[in-house]
Design a protein around this ligand. Structure first.
Ligand SMILES: NC(=O)c1ccc[n+]([C@@H]2O[C@H](COP(=O)([O-])OP(=O)(O)OC[C@H]3O[C@@H](n4cnc5c(N)ncnc54)[C@H](OP(=O)(O)O)[C@@H]3O)[C@@H](O)[C@H]2O)c1
Length: 315
């Protein structure tokens, strides 16, 4: 089967021919119809989890995927060949990932059925980004009328987060370049902060000098300046960061509740997201559909950012 692999940390992704894996006890073999690209996929190449978990090389890249169950291993009762499913396929110790024509996934916990009318490409966009958005907005504990800044709102997580925050009745400040302003307003953003014209924090503090209630920060990396965003919050405010950059103890001393986001959706959460997407309540913007052969170039493009939504690989 065709798969996009790396042979070591720091290696360039390349397309390779690998044997189709056999499903073991409790596993599904899925013929993938779509794989969602996330920044974490290339962060793995850079060693984000080096020393934390084992990595088996050659390592098939990617986490998110959607497809059709081809075979099931012994002990699987909830799924059968022909079922349409989606979930997170990345298993670094086994060298398994979703940028491939086939991938294995344990049947318990991280995989869910797809509603018949939900396209594979949309399902493959959900597991990492939309789940993180949902958890991020839940962690912010927003009440109607409260104000939230979504920093990094134009990307995959941000576009879902805008919708979840707006559904809570919050006033949503979304960072974006002007070309995306109308689209983000349609998703539920109330104010667009063009982060390319002046620092985001300066713009937000002049619009809301009394302080805002929450920040969902999808940009600041560990060691980055998160204090400038924390300064925007009124006492009792919440700062949620997606890159483990928030020092919860230090921020608690300033009466700010800080949450470092970790999204690993359960089967029930996957089912809920798929239902929302199928109903059109959660709208997913597919920025690009890319053939597996062109995945290495797509990964390089993702590193350079300029994401306008989700990039989906189509085997
Ligand atoms: N902890 C978790 O469980 C979890 C889960 C999902 C994602 N994440 C992390 O969350 C981050 C966002 O993920 P994503 O999937 O949404 O990424 P993405 O699709 O690449 O989107 C990032 C967006 O941020 C914008 N951006 C870049 N610099 C900015 C700045 N200074 N101010 C405001 N916006 C800026 C980019 O716009 P331009 O293209 O115009 O530069 C891009 O649209 C990544 O670091 C990812 O690893 C963590």
């Amino acid at each position: 089967m065709k798969a996009v692999i790396i042979t070591d940390f720091g290696a360039e992704p390349k397309v390779a021919d690998l044997p189709v894996p056999d499903p073991g006890h409790g596993e599904l073999l899925v013929r993938l119809h779509a794989a969602g690209l996330n920044p974490f996929d290339w962060k793995v190449i850079d060693g984000a989890l080096r020393g934390v978990v084992e990595h088996a090389f050659p390592l098939v890249m990617g986490s998110d995927g959607a497809g059709v169950v081809e075979r099931v291993g012994a002990g699987v009762t909830e799924f059968e060949p022909g079922d349409t499913v989606y979930g997170q396929f990345m298993r670094l110790p086994e060298g398994q990932g979703s940028y491939a024509e086939y991938a294995l996934i344990p049947a318990d916990g991280k995989v869910a059925h797809i509603p018949a009318s939900l396209p594979f490409t949309v399902a493959a966009a959900l597991p990492t980004a939309s789940a993180a958005a949902y958890k991020g907005i839940e962690a912010a504990s927003l009440e109607a009328g409260q104000v939230i800044l979504i920093n990094g709102a134009s990307g995959g997580v941000g576009q879902s987060a805008i919708q979840f925050a707006a559904a809570k009745g919050a006033r949503v400040l979304a960072t974006a370049t002007p070309d995306l302003a109308d689209h983000l307003r349609e998703l539920g953003a109330d104010e667009i902060i063009d982060f390319t014209t002046a620092p985001t924090a300066e713009q937000v503090s002049s619009l809301h000098p009394q302080g805002i209630d929450a920040v969902l920060d999808l940009i600041t990396a560990p060691g980055g300046d998160i204090d400038t965003l924390a300064d925007l919050l009124a006492p009792g405010g919440v700062l949620v960061n997606s890159n483990f950059a928030a020092d919860a103890d230090a921020l608690a001393a300033r009466e700010i509740r800080a949450v470092n986001l970790s999204s690993s959706p359960t089967q029930a959460e996957l089912e809920a997201l798929a239902t929302l997407a199928d109903a059109g309540t959660l709208r997913i913007t597919i920025d690009a559909e890319v053939a597996l052969d062109d995945a290495p170039a797509a990964v390089a493009g993702a590193r350079a950012s300029h994401s306008r939504g989700k990039t989906i690989l189509v085997p």
